[in-house]
Each structure stands twice: as structure tokens, then as C-alpha cells.
Design a protein around this ligand. Structure first.
Ligand code: SF4
Ligand code: SF4
Length: 147
């Protein structure tokens, strides 16, 4: 399944500008359409649509959220392995692995390198194989639990 736009859409174009996969098409002031083959169910269109015209993959109406209320990943570094799956999953490439830590076994850890680009999709949290990522309110920098 994929997200879908209902005929409440007024063609403002906000979703089209934000979709990370280019799945949305439509002329200004005309009904927009999502290509299900490109949609990754990140939910960004649903959060940004001012008239709540988007339904999620289960058919539920997506609630509009102010940008400041969009969540960001928070990493529990005591659990992280680090496999870098989250870095590779992120559709907007805003995660990265940091500098190696000091110590006899230097390790690198994931962090939110470009917080302003994060769309709060939670795909990184969903894909983490050890449950080291939770979605948390936005802040100067998403909280990290030290290893
Ligand atoms: S859910 Fe995400 S990928 Fe799918 S159409 Fe909306 S913004 Fe694009
Ligand atoms: S929630 Fe995670 S995967 Fe989604 S944009 Fe933010 S960092 Fe990337």
C-alpha cells in the first residue's frame, strides 16, 4: 500500500515540494496524485498538507503537524552496534556516522548530521535491527544515550 491524496486537495503543492522520492505529481491549484510505485510511506505529505487531504496506507486521514512538532531520531548508543543500516535507510541522507570514539576499541556512532533536513519519517527507527532508535521531540540536537 501507499499514501493517497483525496479530492479535498486544493493543489497548493506543499506535499510535492517535500516528498523525498518525487512520488507526487500535480499542477498548481489542481488535484495532486501519488505514484504508489514511488511512495515509501514516509508520511511527510500527510504531516504537511494544510487541508488534511492525505490518507495513509491503512486509509486513515493523516493529521497535519506543525514542523516544530515533527519528531527526530534519538539514539541509544548503549544498544547501537553500529551497523549503519539507519544511515543507509534515511531517504533524505541526514544521518551519518561520527568520529571514532577514544579507547582500545575505537567505534563510530550514528548521529543526526543535518537536523533541518530530517522529515521525521521514523524509517530509521523502524529499520534498526536492535531497537536503538526512538523518535523524540525536536531539539537543538536529538538526545543521545552515551555508550
Ligand atoms: S508518504 Fe512520503 S514518499 Fe509517499 S507520497 Fe507522501 S511524501 Fe512521498
Ligand atoms: S526520521 Fe530518520 S530516516 Fe527519517 S528523515 Fe529523519 S533521520 Fe532520516
Amino acid at each position: 500500500m501507499a499514501h493517497a491524496i483525496t479530492n479535498i486537495c486544493n493543489g497548493c503543492g506543499a506535499c510535492l515540494k517535500m516528498c523525498p522520492t518525487g512520488a507526487i505529481r500535480g499542477e498548481k491549484k489542481a488535484l495532486h496524485v501519488i505514484d504508489p510505485s514511488l511512495c515509501i510511506d514516509c508520511g511527510t505529505c500527510g504531516r504537511i498538507c494544510p487541508v488534511e487531504a492525505v490518507r495513509d496506507a491503512s486509509g486513515a486521514v493523516c493529521a497535519k503537524r506543525k514542523y516544530a512538532e515533527w519528531l527526530q531520531p534519538s539514539f541509544d548508543l548503549r544498544v547501537c552496534t553500529p551497523c549503519r543500516i539507519c544511515v543507509d535507510t534515511c531517504p533524505v541522507n541526514c544521518l551519518d556516522l561520527g568520529e571514532p570514539s577514544a579507547g582500545p576499541e575505537p567505534r563510530v556512532w550514528p548521529f543526526l548530521k543535518e537536523p533541518k533536513r530530517c522529515i521525521g519519517c521514523s524509517l530509521c527507527a523502524a529499520d534498526c535491527p536492535v531497537g536503538a532508535i526512538t523518535m523524540a521531540p525536536r531539539g537543538p540536537r536529538a538526545a543521545e544515550t552515551a555508550p
